[in-house]
Design a protein around this ligand. Structure first.
Ligand code: UT7
Length: 330
């Protein structure tokens, strides 16, 4: 049997994003949830969020972000051997939206599949992509994190209405002369399965007297405590596995779940002043699987991160699933 020969190293070769076009400020939401702009900003750091129009489908946002990422990487779609889409809001359960995205982009019948790891989906997919490139099962992998969470958010639910948002981010992963994607530290705590979830499954919806969308529900305070205390430890493990310390970092891109969690993690980790911290949540809200690439790309566009910088990514959410790795900014 022949053995596969992979690349010695893998790296992020390019990044692209698509922000949903509707800008929804807090004031537009507060009446339905008896809240205020001040409360939302104080408790979450969110000033406004992006919601998609009906035309801005999961497929459209994925394709737009991917075209940018491919362009940025200088890679032709036919060089992509595998497309991985991380999402929880592609409401057609099968087939995988990755297959339609791979086709629309003009890949040469690339392998394509979706993964479900909620807010940690992008970091999971980056881990898979880099392992595939190193193993030789794919030359180049396109990883997309995409959500239309507004489709499964109840705008009358005080605990979630102001948080979730829509958008897409994509990266091309390919061979590299130096290591650009550190070892992943990942895991799950299924004992806390119920803390963030869809309210019910489709069978329950169908038998209900008044069928309603199975929207997301969240026990926010419990997730907040878990993320604030546990995730800094995971982030440290990712640094250790990559053989770097916080002093070696240029950029810190935690999942954009809550500005207070971002601040708590940076504080607990004693992040040095020179490390730029992603704070995309203020304008974007929490876009789950799209949150990290959207936040990283904004930093690149704003000049807060540049190609070659060392960045720590960490994502966490429903499951509770989490993943972290150190990467070189493309
Ligand atoms: O992306 C996946 C991972 N997700 C996360 O990491 C989310 C983590 N959780 C959070 O971000 C926060 O828990 C929230 C922003 C969702 C909520 O903030 P909190 O500081 O945990 O608020 P809380 O739920 O503990 O509620 C505090 C108070 C309560 O009132 P009392 O009991 O203190 O009088 C709530 O009734 O705030 C009240 N409250 C609200 N008030 C105004 C709850 N929701 C609202 C609201 N507007 N929307």
């Amino acid at each position: 049997m022949l053995t596969l020969t992979g690349a010695s190293h893998a790296a992020l070769l390019g990044i692209g994003t698509y922000r949903a076009s509707l800008v929804v400020p807090n004031d537009e939401l507060v009446q339905a949830i008896d809240s205020s702009d001040e409360w939302i900003q104080q408790r979450s750091g969110i000033k406004e969020r992006r919601w998609a129009t009906p035309e801005e489908t999961i497929q459209l946002m994925s394709v737009e972000a991917s075209r940018q990422a491919l362009d940025n990487a200088g890679i032709d779609p036919r060089q992509i051997d595998c497309v991985i889409v991380a999402t929880i809001s592609h409401l057609l359960q099968t087939p995988a939206i990755a297959t339609a995205v791979a086709h629309e982009l003009g890949t040469d019948k690339a392998a394509a599949f979706d993964i479900s790891a909620a807010c940690a989906g992008f970091c999971h997919a980056v881990a898979l992509g880099s392992d595939m490139v190193r193993a030789g099962t794919a030359g180049h992998v396109l990883v997309i994190g995409v959500e239309r969470l507004s489709d499964i958010t109840d705008i009358k639910d005080r605990g979630t209405a102001f948080i979730f948002s829509d958008g897409a981010g994509a990266v091309v992963i390919g061979p590299s002369e130096t290591e650009g994607i550190g070892p992943v530290v990942w895991g799950s705590d299924g004992e806390q399965f119920d803390l963030i979830r869809q309210k019910e499954d489709w069978r329950d919806v169908l038998v209900a007297e008044t069928p309603e969308m199975p929207n997301l529900v969240m026990q926010g305070a419990a997730v907040f405590r878990w993320a604030s205390y546990e995730m800094a430890k995971i982030a440290h493990q990712a640094l250790d596995k990559a053989g770097v310390t916080v002093d070696d970092l240029d950029v810190f891109v935690p999942h954009q779940a809550n500005m207070r969690i971002i601040d708590a993690m940076a504080r607990t980790m004693k992040m040095p002043a020179h490390v730029r911290v992603a704070r995309d949540i203020a304008q974007q809200g929490n876009s789950s699987a799209a949150s990290i690439p959207l936040a990283l790309h904004r930093m690149i566009l704003d000049g807060d991160a540049k190609s070659g910088d060392t960045a720590l990514l960490i994502a966490f959410g429903a499951g509770l699933a989490y993943a972290a790795q150190v990467v070189t900014v493309p």
